[in-house]
Design a protein around this ligand. Structure first.
Ligand SMILES: N[C@@H](CCC(=O)N[C@@H](CS)C(=O)NCC(=O)O)C(=O)O
Length: 220
């Protein structure tokens, strides 16, 4: 039995959720509310670093989202989400790493606008936007005229990692995809998939996260 510990608005955990759905696996979804539940002993026994996502497969604990994706791909290889061709595989790896190391960290200055919170720092927003547009330009050329990163016909782990961040930035973070038509079409293509629709965070989930973030500010 597979159990995914997750938080609905987290791109880190959504990438696992989408992969489980795309592979048609049966799993249980357990929400960990990041207002302290991640520090409960039961969860720390699964992930001593108190981060979601965590996956438990018949008592085997897997943490770190990219390691979880590798585990799922190796153990449940159908449908295959990693190309065999060395260049295509490397495109997938580049998109995964750039998404995690360059794109996602740029979310921090955008959090006030994503969650409608006070305290936006315009200088930091501007810097983050520049970084994000550099990534989008790079991704536009890596995607080329193909439907998916590293593949003409099949969704890959790169699409799942990049595709659970970029639509969030464009829908809530004020990032325009207008100058990146291939990425824009790719993003629409992914968002139309049943797996993206099933794992889309609700407005209630955003509102709950927002009030959790506001609670410590209101105590001051
Ligand atoms: N490198 C980790 C990062 C996971 C991560 O940062 N999770 C955040 C939510 S997006 C979290 O659990 N934060 C709560 C905490 O660290 O206490 C991964 O890719 O799985």
């Amino acid at each position: 039995m597979l159990t995914l510990y997750h938080t609905p608005i987290s791109p880190n955990s959504r990438r696992i959720w989408v992969t489980l759905l795309e592979k048609g696996l049966e799993f249980e979804l357990v929400e960990v509310k990041l207002n302290g539940e991640q520090f409960q002993p039961d969860f720390l026994a699964i992930n001593p670093f108190h981060h979601i996502p965590a996956l438990v497969d018949d008592g085997f604990n897997v943490i770190e989202s990219l390691a979880i994706l590798e585990y799922l791909e190796a153990k449940y290889p159908t449908p295959n989400m990693l190309p065999k061709d060395v260049k295509d595989l490397t495109i997938v790896r580049m998109v995964q790493m750039v998404s995690v190391n360059e794109l996602l960290p740029s979310i921090n200055p955008l959090i006030p606008r994503i969650l409608n919170l006070p305290g936006e720092d315009l200088e930091k927003v501007e810097k983050a936007q520049q970084k994000i547009y550099t990534v989008l330009k790079f991704f536009e050329s890596l995607l080329g005229d193909r439907s998916y990163f590293g593949s003409d016909n099949n969704i890959t782990l790169a699409d799942i990692v990049g595709g659970t961040i970029i639509p969030l930035f464009s829908s809530k973070g004020g990032i325009s995809l207008a100058e990146y038509p291939k990425i824009s079409a790719w993003s629409d293509r992914l968002m139309a998939r049943p797996t993206w629709q099933a794992s889309e965070a609700t407005e209630e989930a955003f509102a709950e996260f927002r009030s959790n973030m506001l609670a410590p500010m209101e105590k001051q």
